[in-house]
Each structure stands twice: as structure tokens, then as C-alpha cells.
Design a protein around this ligand. Structure first.
Ligand code: FMN
Length: 250
């Protein structure tokens, strides 16, 4: 990657790749706390800070969560497994404390909490990567979200958005080429006039990446992978679960 013109922070961002194999080595408590503080340093919609992080240290809970996430072994193997929760329970309390009634499950509040949580998570991963750690997000926990929620004793107004494995990398995959900027950046309005050509070109680039990468080489391309991914991950239980937790009622 020719990123010599980028500053060190940008270089770090451009070097990201998910890590799924970890050395058997702990993360110092101070470093973990710093990573969480960096996560908290993100912007927060209306400053509601609607995110909680659950550190899972109990080996039995780790095993249960790994299984619930579709048998993802690194949930057990990683030095740390953190569950990023969108959390409106604290704000619910703030409403109560200020005699302003209760939250009523507005979609807007769900979005605020979810976006806050995603931003915290990305800052945490970036901070971890800057310290030489690696990690991978685990959306697989939503396969069995009720099991995960019960395991972590989540109250109403909180939902587990995804997990984060963190540890010292044993192996790193090469960086996956992203869509060109010209494809994701539109000027003054959405423009899909070149969609077919853009996807064809990126498919060719990703087919080459998949065929030549050192581990897990395969014959595939981006559109095929992405189309298959949305078939397999419908998680039809999500709406009922979120409504039961007090979200998405209006
Ligand atoms: C919210 C979210 C959930 C994810 N869930 C999983 C997961 O359950 N298991 C996994 O192996 N990777 C998971 N990933 C990692 C993606 O597969 C990965 O980011 C993507 O393939 C791009 O690869 P890279 O991160 O190495 O650049 C998740 C990523 C995100 C952002």
C-alpha cells in the first residue's frame, strides 16, 4: 500500500485488518482501561453516551457466547471479549430523576444509541491497534441475542449490538482492498449511473485478492460474498427482541 504521504494516524487506519488468531498473552488492565477511555472519547449524539461495555472474564460465559455467535472459537481464545451494548437504561434513569417520565421506544433513540455504540467500538479497536493489539468485531452474537442478553443480565433499554475480541495478534491477514473513493463518494446527490461498471471492476480486484491471499484463498468476488452474506444473516428474531427490550416501538 502506498501510504507514505499519510500521517501516522491515517497510516494506522489504512493498515486495519481484523485479527482472529491471538497469542496466549493477557492485556494489561491499564491498557484495557485506556482503550475504553479512548472509546468514550468519541462524539456522542446529544452527549447521551448511550453505550456500555461488558467485559466477559468468566470462562463459562465466554464458551456460551462463542457458541451463541455461531461457534466462533476466537471469542474464547482472545485475551479479552467485550460486548458493546447500546444502552438507554442510564438515560431512562435520567428522565426519571428529572421527573420527565419514561422513554417510549422511539426509533430515533434506538438509532442514537446504536450509532453511539458503533463509534465507541471503532475508537476502541483503533486505540487497541495503535498499541499493537488486534481484534475483530463479533456481530454473530445477534444469532442468539436472547441467550446473550440473559447471559449478561441485560436490563430493559439495553441491547447487545456486537462483541469485540481483543488480543496480541498471532497472525494478520493482508489488508482487504476497499471500494474506490469514487464509488462511495457522491457529489451533490446520489449517482448510481456507473454502478454496474464500478461493481464489475471491484469484483475483479477482490477476486484477485481472494485467489492470492496466503490463508483461506478462494474463488469468489465482492458482490458474490456480499449478496451471500445478506442471505445468511436475516436474524428474523431481531425486531421482536428489540421491542421486548423497549426499542423500536414508534
Ligand atoms: C459490526 C460488525 C460485526 C462483525 N461480525 C463478525 C463476526 O461475527 N465474525 C467475524 O469473524 N468477523 C466479523 N466482522 C468482521 C468483518 O468480517 C470484517 O471487518 C470485514 O470482513 C472486513 O475485513 P477487515 O476488518 O479485515 O478489513 C464484523 C464486523 C463488523 C463491523
Amino acid at each position: 500500500m502506498s501510504d507514505m504521504s499519510l500521517n501516522p494516524t491515517m497510516q494506522l487506519m489504512r493498515r486495519h485488518s481484523s485479527v482472529r488468531q491471538f497469542r496466549d498473552e493477557a492485556i494489561a488492565d491499564d491498557l484495557l482501561q485506556d482503550i475504553i477511555r479512548c472509546g468514550q472519547a468519541v462524539s456522542s449524539s446529544s452527549f447521551i453516551q448511550a453505550c456500555s461495555v461488558i467485559r466477559v472474564t468468566d470462562p463459562e460465559k465466554r464458551k456460551l457466547l462463542a457458541r451463541a455467535a455461531g461457534n466462533q472459537a476466537y471469542v474464547v481464545q482472545a485475551a479479552e471479549f467485550l460486548v458493546l451494548c447500546a444502552d438507554m437504561a442510564r438515560i431512562e434513569y435520567c428522565c426519571e430523576k428529572n421527573d420527565l417520565g419514561t422513554l417510549e421506544g422511539y426509533t430515533e433513540h434506538f438509532l442514537q444509541a446504536t450509532v453511539d455504540t458503533a463509534l465507541v467500538a471503532q475508537n476502541m479497536l483503533l486505540a487497541a491497534e495503535s498499541a499493537g493489539l488486534g481484534g475483530v468485531f463479533i456481530g454473530g452474537i445477534r444469532n442468539e441475542i436472547q441467550t446473550v442478553s440473559d447471559c449478561l443480565a441485560l436490563p430493559e433499554s439495553v441491547y447487545p449490538a456486537f462483541g469485540l475480541c481483543l488480543g496480541w495478534p498471532e497472525q494478520k491477514q493482508p489488508v482487504k482492498p476497499r471500494l474506490p473513493v469514487s464509488v462511495v463518494m457522491h457529489e451533490n446527490g446520489y449517482d448510481s449511473s456507473s454502478l454496474q461498471q464500478q461493481v464489475d471492476e471491484y469484483d475483479a480486484q477482490m477476486a484477485d485478492y481472494y485467489a492470492t491471499r496466503q490463508s483461506n484463498a478462494r474463488v469468489s468476488n465482492w458482490s458474490q460474498q456480499s449478496a451471500n452474506a445478506v442471505q445468511g444473516k436475516r436474524r428474523e428474531h431481531m425486531l421482536a427482541f428489540l421491542q421486548q427490550q423497549g426499542f423500536l416501538k414508534h
